[in-house]
Design a binder for this molecule. Structure first.
Ligand code: SAM
Length: 278
């Protein structure tokens, strides 16, 4: 029997290491290794890639990534209680798993990764959106990653892939779809996790495009969409009036009706408006 086959079931790992889930760390664990392998497969071919995993916890998804052939996994986990079970996995896959006990919000992960890089994670719900926005808004494009395969609450997943005219459409949809292809790959019920969260979850796969879909300055577009969607029920000529003395004229010049609301404006027109305001 190989060392991989010797790894204990995840339920046992949690009991042995006293890994009682902590709400403050957004801990909802996946214990079904068939499911974690399925999630790992949504990320595509990992054999030539380094994978960044944020929040491996007891290592269910980590095992899935390694079993599916990831060249190397860098797993960043804040909870020191998870270090012993993760060390067991590292021993079963010599040279392929590096674990760092750190806060993913402050660690310079790039220093530990070799391109090409894919990010795969069952993210803690409390920092998931913040990490996604950081990954979507680097200084330069293309970013350090080729793809992001991320588990979110279903409501956040819907916001990422939302189209104009829907309630979910907003800043996150624009930031994601401007420079990525974004797709919901699978949905999971609360019972898939231990402990079960209150809501359904979904895996989103984002692939970085080599260049933005439409030309625009990233900073201007971010500021514009943040302002426009902050007061999403207002007409744009009112919500954006602080951005230009003749905002009505600017909106009309790029083909946007000044009385329309942010959620009615598609990506192409937001980019045209960003260019006009730059
Ligand atoms: N990947 C595991 C799984 O699928 O079973 C655990 C997922 S759980 C939803 C989120 C994990 O992220 C937890 O293990 C938690 O301790 C960890 N975590 C929370 N905040 C973190 C942070 N700031 N940096 C790194 N890890 C964090």
């Amino acid at each position: 029997m190989s060392a991989i086959d010797d790894l204990p079931p995840l339920g046992e790992v949690i009991r042995t290491h006293g890994l009682v889930a902590k709400k403050a760390l957004g801990q909802n664990f996946l214990l079904d290794l068939n499911l974690t392998a399925r999630i790992a497969r949504q990320a595509g071919d990992l054999s030539q890639c380094d994978v960044l995993e944020v929040g491996p916890g007891p290592g269910g998804l980590t095992r899935g990534l390694l079993a599916e052939g990831a060249r190397r996994v860098l797993a960043v986990e804040k909870d020191s209680r998870a270090m012993a079970p993760l060390a067991e996995i590292a021993a079963a896959y010599p040279g392929r798993l590096e674990v760092i006990n750190a806060d993913a919000l402050t660690l310079d992960t790039l220093a530990h990764l070799t391109p090409p890089i894919r990010v795969v994670a069952n993210l803690p719900y409390n920092i998931g959106t913040e990490l996604l926005v950081r990954w979507l808004t680097p200084g330069d494009w293309p970013p350090f990653w080729q793809s992001l395969t991320l588990m979110f609450q279903k409501e956040v997943a819907q916001r990422i892939v939302a189209k104009p005219g829907s309630k979910a459409y907003g800043r996150l949809a624009i930031l994601a779809q401007w420079r990525c292809d974004a797709k919901v790959m699978m949905e999971l019920p609360p019972e898939a996790f231990t402990p079960p969260p209150k809501v359904r979850s979904a895996v989103v796969h984002l692939t970085a495009l080599p260049a933005p879909r439409f030309e625009a300055d990233a900073g201007v577009l971010q500021n514009l969409t943040a302002t426009a969607f902050q007061q999403r029920r207002k007409m744009l000529r009112a919500s954006l009036k602080g951005l230009h003395p003749d905002i009505g004229g600017v909106l009309t010049s790029v083909g946007i009706d000044p009385t329309s609301r942010a959620e009615q404006v598609d990506l192409e027109h937001f980019c045209a408006l960003a260019r006009a305001l730059a």
